[in-house]
Design a protein around this ligand. Sequence first.
Ligand code: CAA
Ligand code: NAD
Length: 284
Amino acid sequence: MAERQLIGVVGGGQMGSGIAQLAAVAGFHVLLYDSNADVLVRANSSISSSIRRLVSKGQLSQSASDDAMKNLKFAQNLEDFRDADVIIEAIVESEVVKKTLFLELDKIAKVSAILASNTSSISITRLASTTSRPSQVIGMHFMNPPPIMKLIEIIRGADTSDAVYATVKSLAERLGKTVICSQDYPGFIVNRILMPMINEAFYTLYTGVATKEDIDTGMKLGTNHPMGPLELADFIGLDVCLSIMNVLHEGLGDSKYSPCPLLVQYVDAGRLGRKKGIGVYSYQ
Ligand code: CAA
Ligand code: NAD
């Protein structure tokens, strides 16, 4: 991708806002959209304060910070994405909702545009099949928080072209990330391995083996993870964790991926983790 091209980001929640910040700081023009206008207001203020923090820590100059804020624009509707070169989808982890969006984006985006999904687990091939350009659809899976984590997992759908893979890999590298490549199977690489561990932590709590604090301390100090699995689940969002477990369970057909009833119950209760102020832990 040539310098100064336009990246569209759909979904301004924790991932979409982080991806937009990262791309704007890296010098791309960025257009961010969310169907909920309040989310965009919150995204604007969290990105501004995050960029200000980078300046105060001496990690970004004032002029680079001014440029980054100028690079970032907010879209009023999806039609604003007609000139985007790459559109990164970061909306709710639901195949039905994502397919509807891909169908709409396919009609709006220019013929050469690449449609990328930040999905944690859902089939890229099936998302691509809703469009007229399956060779230009790809998974670009950022890790949370996108500005900090060093990895992007790229997922090739059944029809993703080599040229599109190469373009997205080079984009990821320009964002300063290391790339790994996964074939298109449920949960790809990272969540195929991470989510069963998080689910097992819920079972460990559910079956009374230990307290949440001891489970998290065990994994933090015992295996040098920066966060314990239950704390990490709250950070990711329990709704996102449950959606991923459902995709693994349905897609791989093995009862070992069955979501823990306690995880299901927390999501039913609206205890979605940090973003709601309560999950396994309370943040109020
Ligand atoms: N945006 C930007 N910067 C952030 C940030 C955010 N959301 N959160 C933290 N930071 C920065 C802080 O400013 C700080 O920077 P400096 O060191 O330069 O001061 C640095 O990150 C460390 O932050 P803190 O000191 O506040 O806290 P910490 O040391 O506990 O680190 C963390 C926070 C980086 C999130 C760390 O706890 C961590 O690595 N946790 C594990 C995260 C992880 O596993 N992510 C992957 C989840 S799985 C996934 O994403 C895939 C999926 O599909 C679900
Ligand atoms: P989130 O709940 O914080 O944000 C999702 C946003 O999408 C919301 O602001 C919502 O208003 C918006 N949205 C929903 N439907 C929309 C639509 N049709 N059009 C436009 N906007 C719409 O979720 P998140 O944690 O940022 O996750 C977003 C995606 O990123 C999911 O696919 C998730 O699996 C993936 N992901 C999440 C993490 C994580 O740690 N949370 C990590 C990597 C990937």
